[in-house]
Design a protein around this ligand. Sequence first.
Ligand SMILES: NC(=O)c1ccc[n+]([C@@H]2O[C@H](COP(=O)([O-])OP(=O)(O)OC[C@H]3O[C@@H](n4cnc5c(N)ncnc54)[C@H](OP(=O)(O)O)[C@@H]3O)[C@@H](O)[C@H]2O)c1
Length: 258
Amino acid sequence: MKEYTLITGASTGIGYEIAIQLAAKNHNLILIARSQDKLESLQREINNKYEVEVHYFIYDLSEPNSAQDLFKNIKDHKFTVTGLINNAGFGEYGNFIEMSLKKDEEMISLNVTTLVGLTKLFAAEMVKAGKGRIMNIASLLSFIPLPYYSVYSATKSFVLAFTETVSAELQGTGVTLTALCPGTVDTPFHSDNMRKTIAMKANKPMPANLVAKEGVDLFLYGKNKKIVGTMNWFLSNIPRFTPDKVMIKIKKNLASIK
Ligand SMILES: NC(=O)c1ccc[n+]([C@@H]2O[C@H](COP(=O)([O-])OP(=O)(O)OC[C@H]3O[C@@H](n4cnc5c(N)ncnc54)[C@H](OP(=O)(O)O)[C@@H]3O)[C@@H](O)[C@H]2O)c1
């Protein structure tokens, strides 16, 4: 029986790099995003280099019920998914009360609601089969929620808390659930204003292929969570020994535009 790894948000950035690296390791793939042209070209690129099966489906995963619809589609195609990487996500930068509520809701829907839905539906199947791997993409901001990234930071704190708790529930089932926590990564994720923040200027973005390599290792062999890079590990621990008053100043400074 053929097994597949499903990657959401595979058209660019970290998801694109993970897809290529998993194909190189002989994984059959199901790729999800909204950009048909990019997924088609990635499918072609992988088919030219590797002997694996690659399928793609176009979904806007911020739409209501998209986890249920995608899961049903996979069942209808009789694909056996033994790997799931919940990578699709987006962030917004700005003053919370001035930002669009519609965008906030889309972000929560994509980064949280669909991720929870896909994890629940696929994890239940994997537990029945006694094996499987799921990796969720959290962030350094799961540890240091930044002002002006309010809703985004909160979605990523959710992803980490959710992953750690469900991962404990899944112990002994043969199914692993892990959280990859990158710092800034060089991908199309960032808006011009994000690129002007002190945080991004001080902490040079990591190349997406290096972050993907860490992710592939965690997905295939790891447990729990991985903070990518020593500096990011250090940054993630600052709130543990820093008083709140000082932490707020540091975070506002990091999130401000130079
Ligand atoms: N870049 C960073 O600094 C950084 C740091 C920490 C964590 N992360 C997280 O890493 C993950 C990947 O981000 P990235 O940096 O690789 O960003 P990216 O290059 O912008 O990739 C985002 C991916 O998600 C897909 N996507 C966006 N909205 C979607 C929607 N509504 N429905 C379906 N797919 C959607 C995009 O494809 P389409 O546009 O084709 O739909 C794309 O494939 C995200 O969860 C992000 O929060 C990023």
